[in-house]
Design a protein around this ligand. Structure first.
Ligand code: 5AD
Ligand code: SF4
Length: 463
């Protein structure tokens, strides 16, 4: 009888991609994926612990299944909560048999074999590793956009962050291994590559080739068949001019940099142990803004970090105006286990954190609306990802990583396939997305109409 598995993922893109690799490894082991936990013999939760709320989700899920133990199902907790809580998970949820942190995924085949031998409690919790989880078995969920991990773990010491405790030390893959995977993906029809790492630009090629991060970006972009290259997340401290130059000279590198600032106050940044000041951050922004090609900048911000005064928060607001972000992910500070900020005094009250978050989001909404309006009248290339918000609309992202809903006029009507690239004239802007009408499409990598027969689609509609 074939064994079945179900995996649910919480958290960041690194987790999403880890789940693709775990799923691929399971399939190689003879497991078959199913659509719901009820149908599965093995139920896995790949968890996130970045904020308290995220970490709680897995316990909610596990509680839903307490009684299912008798059904002979095996439960596993993977990822950041698994690493953080370790064997305590077996006490909190006795029906769990497997707890594995991401730094031990390379041991999955061996851990699965232990499970299959009937061992009750199987763990992979060591953080002391220089291994990365490279596998040829990745089972990607999207047929045209592929993630590639280039660096795992984190050696920074941001005072609020659990990641160094959950993902282990920083370790990069060799450039040969990254480029080999990118080439295979291009041959398999993938056109967009997203290079991933907790601090993607801290990449250090461990091979004698010593390819820099900026050089790696350029080499991936030069692979025939690749049309878009993105990378996330960049750390301001390791952000170099070379990266901006690479984007400038390689049109296939998308016009977007995600550069988390966390706070606009140098004093808060110091307490956060971010190792840069507001001024140094703005210097990097200036490099990006001086680029010949307009590049969208997005960021992450934490409000209510211990000791954040009203005047510090005001500095974050003025930073929003000064930078002009195209999107901001903003969060209330959440105290996390093991982190240095637990020892800091002057906690900001919860209601005040909530107020600051609302003020910040309202300010950013106005900025975004203004910035998106500047796209009206321009033509942007979009990668079609699904149906749009309204009937007859399609949806995708521009090179700037902005969501674009668009329609196709009757005269051009031909099939619209997921994974196509279309040129779209922007007609309207909202605070979170753009609206437009296709002017040409599908287009090939030079922006000229593509031979329809050469396209692989149609794919089934993805979420
Ligand atoms: N509390 C709130 N937000 C956090 N982040 C990381 N740690 C915390 C925390 N303890 C945010 C940061 C980071 C993003 C992924 O999550 O802004 O960039
Ligand atoms: Fe969550 Fe951070 Fe772990 Fe990603 S690395 S899953 S964001 S805790």
């Amino acid at each position: 009888m074939s064994k079945t598995f179900y995996i649910e993922t919480f958290g960041c893109q690194m987790n999403v991609h880890d789940s693709e690799k775990v799923a691929g490894t399971l399939v190689a082991f003879g497991y078959r994926p199913v659509e719901s936990p009820e149908e599965a013999d093995l139920v896995l939760y790949n968890t996130c612990s970045i904020r308290e709320k995220a970490a709680q989700k897995v316990f909610t899920r596990l509680n839903q299944f307490r009684k299912a133990r008798t059904g002979g199902k095996i439960f596993g907790v993977l990822g950041c909560v698994g690493q953080q809580e370790g064997e305590k998970i077996f006490e909190a949820a006795p029906h769990v048999s497997l707890v594995v942190g991401s730094a031990s995924y390379y041991r999955l085949p061996e851990l699965l074999a232990q499970l299959e031998r009937g061992e009750r409690h199987v763990t992979g919790l060591s953080l002391d590793t220089d291994q990365t989880f490279d596998t040829e078995f990745t089972r990607r969920d999207n047929p045209f956009r592929a993630y590639i991990t280039i660096i795992e773990g984190c050696d920074k010491h941001c005072a609020y962050c659990v990641v160094p405790f959950t993902r282990g030390p920083e370790r990069s893959r060799t450039s040969q291994s990254v480029l080999g995977e990118a080439r295979r993906l291009a041959e398999g029809g993938y056109t967009e590559i997203q290079l991933l790492g907790q601090n993607v630009n801290s990449y250090r090629d461990p091979s004698p080739a010593r390819v820099s991060f900026a050089e790696l970006l350029a080499r991936v972009a030069e692979i025939p068949g690749i049309r878009r290259v993105r990378f996330t997340t960049s750390h301001p401290r390791d952000f170099t001019r070379e990266i901006v130059e690479a984007i400038e000279s390689h049109p296939k590198l998308c016009s977007h940099v995600h550069l988390p600032v966390q706070s606009g106050s140098s004093e808060v940044l110091r307490r956060m142990q971010r190792e840069y000041s507001r001024e140094q951050y703005l210097e990097r922004i200036a490099w990006i803004r001086q680029s010949k090609r307009p590049i969208s900048i997005t960021t992450d911000i934490i409000v209510g970090f211990p000791g954040e005064r009203e005047a510090d928060f005001e500095q974050t607001l003025t930073l929003l105006d000064e930078v002009g972000y195209d999107s901001v992910f903003s969060f209330q500070y959440s105290p996390r286990p093991n982190t240095a900020s637990l020892r800091l005094e002057d906690a900001v009250p919860e209601e005040e954190k909530g107020r600051r978050l609302r003020v910040l989001q309202e300010r950013q909404k106005q900025i975004q609306l203004h910035r998106y309006e500047m796209f009206v009248g321009t033509v942007e290339e979009v990668l079609v990802e699904g149906r749009g918000g309204r009937e007859s609309q399609w949806k995708g992202r521009t090179s700037h990583n902005i969501v674009l809903n668009f329609t196709v006029a009757e005269v051009q009507a031909g099939p619209v396939n997921l994974g196509d690239y279309w040129n779209v004239r922007i007609t309207q802007a909202g605070p979170n997305s753009l609206v437009g009408e296709a002017v040409a499409g599908p287009v090939d990598s030079l922006g000229t109409p593509a031979a329809v027969a050469a396209r692989p689609g149609p794919f089934s509609v993805l979420q």
